[in-house]
Design a protein around this ligand. Structure first.
Ligand code: PLP
Length: 404
């Protein structure tokens, strides 16, 4: 408010292009924070939303149900890793994470283990902005000190250091193992972003870490919550990043790309063990019920988005974008201000040695016809899966030029 940065009014958006109010067009590298995987204004998504709006934009989800939600739950159960057979629909990613935490707590309580009420998460993690979410975000980048008196105190394991390309080293899991060894009697769940740590640093880690984390959770009777709000629906090259390690979590959080970037919607899935244990507990059900739970417009959009994804050649598209980013980001490696260049699936990251100056970089990008939104030292893109070879090339080359 006191030192406002520039903002650019957007008039419309189609495919991978934003049209500004002054008529300029920008190639969008952000997919509006991982969400618009099919690009903007997909005709099928528009049609679905129009048709659903005419039938019923909303109806309460207590004592009533409807076809879009039933279909979506079935689709999510079919699509997600083995064992996640129960779906809770929420209205945003942060709420889906809050729900996952409450599920873990209610589960342990129902099992007569109320003393297991702490969580463990990873440094550099990001899980959303509401209080429960903040308490499991990285304590430094999440600025826990500002909210210290109101945040639950949880455990933080060191962030994984071994990247997917490096040989696995068992010492990478030591910090998590030590915490579980010492405190498992008090720990309800481990929450992680599988393979890709997003907003907490855009870091990629070895699938073996996730495998070992799954083993340790089993060993110490701790639930595993996979927060795939950013990575879900193909972004990392697999439909879900858990598939890189061939594991299933006990609870899974989804959001962002769920409706193809058209409506706000999120989901938390759980195993039958988690669902039934909670339901056999004191409350008799899971204790959460948002007003706009299962919103029919959003569910209908999600059904169409998932259908578009499944029927598309998304794996080939993501591989295509992955090699294009590797190729066209390569010149950045020669830039002395660049610390690292990394790519996984349809996620490309250039990490600078110093934080970028937003007041110069953002106008410079717009001047050259691209939209990226760096934070800190990170300049990153996660394009729509349909971005053309020419557009991904222009986008990457322009970023390299601007950074130079
Ligand atoms: C974006 C994000 C969230 C929060 O989702 P919102 O819809 O912004 O509340 C949680 N976890 C991860 C991994 C995310 O990327």
């Amino acid at each position: 408010m006191t030192q406002p940065a520039d903002v650019w009014p957007v008039e419309s958006a189609k495919g991978v292009r934003l049209t500004l109010a002054d008529g300029r067009q920008l190639i969008d590298g952000m997919s509006s924070w991982w969400s618009t995987i099919h690009g903007y204004g997909h005709p099928e998504l528009i049609k679905t939303i129009q048709q659903q709006a005419e039938k019923m934009a909303h109806v309460m989800f207590g004592g009533l149900t409807h076809e879009p939600a039933i279909q979506l739950a079935q689709k999510l159960v079919d699509l997600t890793p083995e064992g996640l057979n129960h779906v809770f629909l929420a209205d945003s990613g942060s709420v889906a994470v809050e729900v996952s935490i409450k599920m873990a707590l209610q589960y342990q309580q129902a099992k007569g283990k109320a003393e297991k009420h702490k969580l463990v998460s990873l440094r550099h993690g990001y899980h959303g902005d509401t209080s429960g979410c903040m308490s499991v975000c990285d304590p430094v980048t999440g600025m826990h000190h500002i909210f210290a008196n109101n945040l639950q105190q949880h455990f933080f394991a060191d962030a994984p250091q071994i990247t997917p390309e490096q040989p696995w080293d068992e010492s990478d899991i030591d910090s998590l193992k030590q915490i579980l060894l010492q405190h498992h009697q008090h720990i309800a769940a481990l929450i992680v972003e599988p393979i890709v740590q997003g907003a907490g640093g855009m870091r990629f880690y070895h699938p073996q870490y996730l495998k070992r984390a799954r083993d340790l959770c089993n060993e110490f009777d701790v639930l595993l919550i996979a927060d795939e709000i950013a990575t879900g629906f193909g972004r990392s090259g697999k439909m879900f990043a858990c598939e890189h390690a061939n594991i299933s979590p006990d609870i899974l959080c989804l959001g962002k790309a769920l409706t193809g970037g058209t409506m706000t919607l999120a989901a938390t899935l759980a195993t039958t063990d988690v669902a039934n244990t909670i339901s056999n507990g004191e409350a008799g059900c899971f204790m959460h019920g948002p007003t706009f739970m299962g919103n029919p417009l959003a569910c209908a959009a999600a059904n169409t988005s998932l259908q578009l994804l499944i029927e598309s050649d998304w794996q080939a598209n993501i591989l295509r974008l992955e090699s294009a980013m590797l190729k066209h980001f390569a010149p950045a490696r020669e830039n002395p201000s660049v610390a690292d260049v990394r790519v996984i699936g349809a996620i490309g990251v250039i990490e600078m040695k110093q934080p970028v100056d937003m007041k110069t970089i953002q106008p410079a990008c717009i001047e050259k016809g691209i939209w990226v939104r760096p934070f800190g030292k990170l300049v990153y893109i996660m394009p729509a899966y349909i971005m053309s070879d020419q557009d991904i090339k222009t986008l990457c080359q322009t970023i390299c030029e601007v950074l130079k």
